[in-house]
Design a protein around this ligand. Structure first.
Ligand code: SF4
Length: 386
């Protein structure tokens, strides 16, 4: 395989004007014809809308994001609405999207913009970049899409397209390849077209230059693409073998008292920070799930319980962790002992459904609801199939 356009290393300063122009024109023409009508594209000049959509789209597929974005925008149509909302409501609208630090940072950043910039999103890269949760990617997205500034956006799609077009070898997430990709992404932006150009590059990666099955025949960049003209375009980018998946078992205890269950709120930081859940612990080696369920009740909520039976199993993946969550119903024996969080509530399952829950806890709650429905119908069965 050649190692760059015209057989040279893909150094932005060495791109010929002809290559640059062909890349820009072909891509923009293609985008005009093929761009998807997505809800956030109706508000491209609104930095708040761009910001929210780009944060939601990190690590999450477009089709998953659409209903979340629409619900969010109907509840928080402006940055001021978001800044004034309680964090609990923000987390509830985010529940199921994962990576909750994104929602907490958006909320804090909106409050900061409201307080320090009179509610107007700053156009200055330094001011914008200092806001919570604004990394290089989000900064580039807001500056280029909302404000038409020449700032690059490099996501997994852009990394793949540029690695292939310019024949960039090495891990695209590590230097020197990563630095070259960012430099290329910035140097290719045509004057006054940052909004369309950056979105076109991401759209091409999503729709045409697929990871394992790129559609080179229909690609507008084929005439300038190193990988597209090689025997196997999928050789690039050179992604190192991923981290081994770690399997872990969590156990949650559903402590029931009449029509209510006990839930606790997690501390504000870390995975699932600020969300509500049934008392939960990671199952230790050599510990049975029932032992872990009793320990979860004791350590997380300060309750001694008797286990009634298993409720169901929920599978969930977070980064390189494959989590199996086992739910157990339990009866309260006494309230004593153990270190536990002060954020404990007794709620009905309906009330629990209105609080922000992590995705696996939301599934466990629904599973338990179905279990109780069967109980009311006189035919209880454990465990329930999911
Ligand atoms: S020609 Fe093929 S490899 Fe190159 S950018 Fe297009 S789809 Fe990707």
């Amino acid at each position: 395989m050649r190692d760059g356009v015209n057989g040279k290393a893909a150094n932005p300063s060495e791109l010929t004007a002809e290559t640059r122009e062909a890349f820009q024109n072909n891509l923009l023409d293609w985008y005009r014809e093929n761009r998807r009508e997505l809800p956030w594209r109706q508000r491209e000049d609104d930095p708040y809308a761009v910001w929210v959509s780009e944060v939601m789209l990190q690590q999450t597929q477009v089709k998953t994001v659409i209903p979340y974005y629409e619900r969010w925008m109907s509840r928080f149509p402006t940055l001021k609405d978001l800044a004034e909302a309680p964090l609990e409501e923000v987390l509830r609208l985010w529940a199921g999207l994962g990576y909750y630090a994104r929602a907490r940072n958006l909320h804090r950043a909106a409050q900061q913009v409201a307080a320090e910039y009179n509610g107007v999103v700053p156009t200055d890269p330094e001011q914008l970049g200092r806001l919570p949760g604004i990394g290089r990617y989000t900064l580039g997205a807001v500056l280029s899409i909302a404000f038409q500034q020449k700032a690059a956006i490099v996501d997994a799609n852009v990394m793949r397209v540029l690695s292939r077009v310019f024949g960039i070898e090495g891990d695209p997430k590590a230097n020197p390849a990563n630095a070259r990709i960012w430099a290329l992404a910035e140097s290719l932006i045509p004057d006054g077209r940052a909004r369309d150009f950056n979105q076109a590059l991401m759209e091409l990666g999503a729709l045409v230059c697929a990871p394992s099955d790129p559609n080179c025949e229909d690609c507008p960049l084929l005439n300038v693409c190193v990988a597209g003209n090689s025997l196997d375009p999928t050789v690039l980018p050179q992604i190192p073998a991923g981290k081994r998946t770690v399997h872990v078992t969590h156990v949650s205890t559903i402590i029931r008292l009449d029509r209510r269950v006990l839930i606790i709120q997690r501390p504000p930081h870390g995975l699932w920070g600020g969300l509500w859940e049934f008392p939960r612990r990671v199952c230790e080696p050599r510990e049975t799930p029932e032992e872990c369920a009793r320990r979860a009740a004791r350590e997380a909520a300060g309750m001694q319980v008797r286990i009634v039976g298993p409720v169901g199993t929920v599978k969930h993946a977070v980064t390189h962790h494959a989590i199996t969550l086992l739910g157990y119903e339990a009866q309260l024996i006494s309230e004593q002992g153990g270190k536990h969080t002060p954020a404990v509530r007794w709620v009905t399952l309906e009330e629990m459904g209105t609080l922000p829950l992590s995705a696996p806890q939301a599934v466990l709650r629904e599973t338990y609801l179905r279990c109780l429905e069967r109980e009311n119908a006189g035919g209880r069965q454990y465990p329930l199939p999911l």
